[in-house]
Design a protein around this ligand. Sequence first.
Ligand SMILES: Nc1ncnc2c1ncn2[C@@H]1O[C@H](COP(=O)(O)OP(=O)(O)OP(=O)(O)O)[C@@H](O)[C@H]1O
Length: 228
Amino acid sequence: MNEVLIQARNLCMSYRTGRERIEVLRGLSLELRRGEAVAIVGPSGSGKSTLLNLLNGLQRPDSGQLRVFGREQADLGEDGWAELRRTRIATLFQDGNLIPTLTVARNIAFRAGLAGLGQHGGQALLERLDIAATAQRYPDQLSGGQRQRAALACAFAMQPQVILADEPTGSLDQATAQRVAPLFFDAIRERAVAALIVTHNAELARRCDRVLELRQGALSPWDSALSS
Ligand SMILES: Nc1ncnc2c1ncn2[C@@H]1O[C@H](COP(=O)(O)OP(=O)(O)OP(=O)(O)O)[C@@H](O)[C@H]1O
C-alpha cells in the first residue's frame, strides 16, 4: 500500500453569516495516498471547494483531525502551510490563479522558483497543453480555456506531490479536456503524485482510481448508476 499523504478524520466545518450558521462538512473522512487519483463529485454548494481549502491550509476546520505529510495540521502553523503550498501541494482554482502582471512563461518560472526549482520544462508543458504560442502573453490576453491550461502548466512546473484541482477541465471544450486529462494521469504515474480532482466531467471522474461523492457534509463512494 502506498504512503498516505493526506488523512482527514471527522472534519467539521461551518460558515457563519450574520445569525445563520451553515454546516458544510459534518464529520468528513478521507485518505489520499501517493500515486492515486481521487475524483470528488457532488451538487453545487455541497462543500467541495471548502474541502480543498482545508486540505491546502487556506481554511481551518472547526474540529476533526487532519494530517498532511505526516504532520498534524494544528502543528503546521501558517509558515508550515505556506511552505507546503510552495513546494508540495499545488491547488488549481476554478479561476486559474495566475499572476496578472506576469506573462505565462514568467508565471511558470515564478511558480517553479518558489518551489526551489531552476529547471521546470515550462515550454514543453505549454506544448503538451497546446498553448505554446501564449508563452509571452499576459493572463488577460488569454481565453478562459487557455488560462486554465496555463494554470495547469504552473501547477505541474512546481513538481508537487499533491494536486488539488477544482474543475480543472471546466473551461475546456470536450476535445481539449480529453487532451489535457492524460497530463494528470501521466504526472500521477511518473512522479507518484496524489491528485484530488473536483469535477463534473464524468469521463475524467471515471479515469480516477476512486470517485467519492460529497453529500450532506460527508464522503461516500459514488454510485454512477444512481446519478445517470
Ligand atoms: N465565505 C463563506 N461564507 C459563508 N458561506 C459560505 C462561504 N463560502 C462558502 N459558503 C457556503 O458554503 C457552502 C459550500 O460552499 P462551497 O463553495 O464549498 O461548495 P461547492 O461544492 O464547491 O460549490 P460549487 O460546486 O457551486 O462550486 C455553500 O452553501 C456556500 O454558500
